[in-house]
Design a protein around this ligand. Structure first.
Ligand code: SGN
Ligand code: CA
Length: 538
């Protein structure tokens, strides 16, 4: 090589190096500018208990702030209304029958690809704090501290990559402390972050923070229209479900009474209540007793005069006091987080999502718990704030599902979503580009049966106007609800001749959806066989 050629090659080499390093810096800079995402999820938080949706039960000013500064979804739902499965759908962007986590009984299959893994690969910092309920540890997180299983309200144990640790205090406050500590001290500030901040509250058995005992136990709440529903116009599943406040809510475990003094048949649940309180320190317990013991005395005096109706109302009030009391701490802590982001000037480039792993019954149809495709358990709260993208104070009525989170977050972060994810990015809705959004029906499938609360297996389709449900195990029953004319879903009009054409059309649509999402009777049989193999059913 002559000197001339040498300097030419040398210059070309140098130029490429400069270009390469420039493009690296640019992409690092680009990555840094990507929005942070904070996914806040509570466990069993009914939309009815968020004042942005309904202000007759509780005021949640901090959660509401997310909608005030962003978007409130009034038609968000889950694909399978139960904890672990909902979380698996969220992380994988795939229906339960595809990701394999059909119920709370089996562990999550960690060979599934989850969106946090993709975020981590793309240069995001990732962290998870609070409740996961998977039966194993999450993949794709730089840092996690999660509760084992359901976790405890008081002085809870946390699982970390380095082993378990017990943290004294109240779970909702602790989950926030961990989150703020990570944001403030532990993350790599040169990278954008994805943070999953997951509350255990207000899951059963609804233990509030000490500071809320007094005020909430004195409150009286409006009684829902359908509290005394007798399920006459519904099928077998509604009649046989074991989640009626009068008949299935435990006076001791749920209503926190020392029931041994009242009714011996409930003794085992006194034990359960004691188990949920036994983690309390002496001071915590004394504070609990000072508020809850007088309630016990009051009930003991009232009990002989009570009939089914007065007992139902009494139990409903007790249920609401503790359930809403445990939400008060969630709202305060969401406020702590929002204020932190403001103070640190992080709010402008952070997307904040507030949702629940499913909806919940607050006495509608006489129920507590969830699992059904009926309204209160199917619908989930969803509030999203994305500064400079979402017009503040917008209400969105389009049907979105927990299935859509993965692709939504990936699109926001500019990461390519795998082709086999089954949701739809909500970005067009968030940006107000409704014309780019197309969806006229959503699919649902619940499996965990027989199990606590005895909700029969069912799948179904919901459009904005109708809901068609097929209960297919132990019974073969169809139900149709006119969501617009019968929002309380009191009248099953499946047999009504006026709706026969609708039934026909919806069945075709349902089969299309099942094909589209790759669900089928043979897959049902596969899961039924697994239950049989485990001895859960005969
Ligand atoms: C527990 C509750 C049930 C609840 C399931 C599932 N019973 O088993 O009432 O339906 O969790 O909830 S309890 O006696 O342990 O409180 S989920 O949100 O985790 O799916
Ligand atoms: Ca739940």
């Amino acid at each position: 090589m002559n000197i001339h050629n040498f300097s030419r090659y040398y210059l070309i080499g140098l130029y490429s190096l400069v270009l390469m390093s420039l493009s690296c810096t640019t992409s690092k800079e680009e990555i840094k500018k990507r929005p942070n995402i904070i996914f806040i999820m509570s466990d069993d938080h009914a939309y009815q208990a968020i004042s942005a949706y309904n202000n007759t039960l509780i005021q949640t000013p901090n959660i509401d702030r997310i909608a005030k500064e962003g978007m409130l979804f009034t038609n968000a739902s889950v694909t399978n209304s139960i904890c672990g499965p909902s979380r698996a759908v969220i992380l994988t962007g795939k229906h339960s029958h595809i990701n394999g986590k059909i119920d709370n009984l089996s562990p999550f299959d960690t060979t599934n690809v989850t969106f946090p893994q993709l975020f981590q690969k793309a240069g995001y910092q990732t962290a998870m704090f609070g409740k996961l309920h998977f039966g194993n540890n999450p993949k794709g997180f730089d840092k996690f501290k999660i509760l084992p299983g359901q976790g405890d309200y008081y002085n809870p144990r946390f699982i970390t990559a380095k082993g378990d640790t017990i943290i004294n205090g109240y779970v909702t406050d602790i989950t926030t402390d961990l989150t703020l500590d990570w944001l403030e001290k532990r993350r790599d500030t040169t990278k954008p972050f994805l943070l999953m901040y997951l509350h255990k509250a207000p899951h059963r058995n609804w233990l509030p923070a000490q500071r809320h005992y007094k005020t909430f136990t004195q409150n009286k709440y409006p009684v829902p229209e359908t509290l005394f529903d007798n399920y006459n116009t519904r099928g077998t599943a509604a009649k046989t479900a074991e989640m009626n406040i009068l008949n299935h809510m435990h006076l001791a475990y749920d209503n926190k009474l020392d029931i041994e003094t009242i009714n011996n048949s409930n003794i085992e649940y006194t034990g359960l209540l004691n188990r949920s309180l036994e983690r309390m320190s002496e001071i915590q317990r004394a504070s609990w007793d000072s508020v809850y013991e007088p309630i016990n005395d009051e009930f003991t005096a009232l009990y002989p005069t009570m009939n089914d109706s007065t007992l139902m109302i009494w139990k409903y009030q007790r249920y609401m006091q503790d359930y809403l009391g445990s939400i008060a701490a969630v709202d305060e802590n969401v406020g702590r987080l929002l204020n932190y982001l403001d103070t640190k000037s992080l709010s402008d480039n952070t997307v904040i999502v507030y949702t629940s792993d499913q909806g919940f019954y607050l006495g509608e149809h006489g129920w507590f718990d969830k699992r059904f495709m009926y309204n209160e358990s199917f619908k989930t709260p969803l509030l999203i704030k994305w500064p400079n993208q979402i017009t503040p104070g917008t209400t969105e009525t389009e049907m979105v599902q927990n299935l859509d989170f993965a692709q939504t977050f990936l699109e926001i972060a500019g990461i390519k979503a795998p082709k086999d994810m089954q949701g739809k990015s909500m970005v067009p809705l968030l940006k107000g580009e409704k014309e780019l959004w197309e969806r006229d029906a959503v699919y649902y499938h619940y499996y965990e049966y027989p199990a606590e609360h005895a909700v029969m297996c069912h799948y179904g389709i919901a459009t904005k106007q109708y809901k068609l449900i097929h209960f297919y195990y132990d019974v073969d029953e169809w139900e149709l609800y006119d969501r617009i004319n019968d929002p309380n879903e009191i009248n099953n009009v499946y047999q009504n001749p006026n709706y026969s054409n609708i039934v026909k059309q919806l069945k075709v649509k349902l089969e299309d959806l099942r094909r589209h999402y790759k669900d089928s009777d043979s897959l049902n049989n596969h899961y039924i066989q697994i239950y049989k193999d485990k001895g859960l059913i005969k």
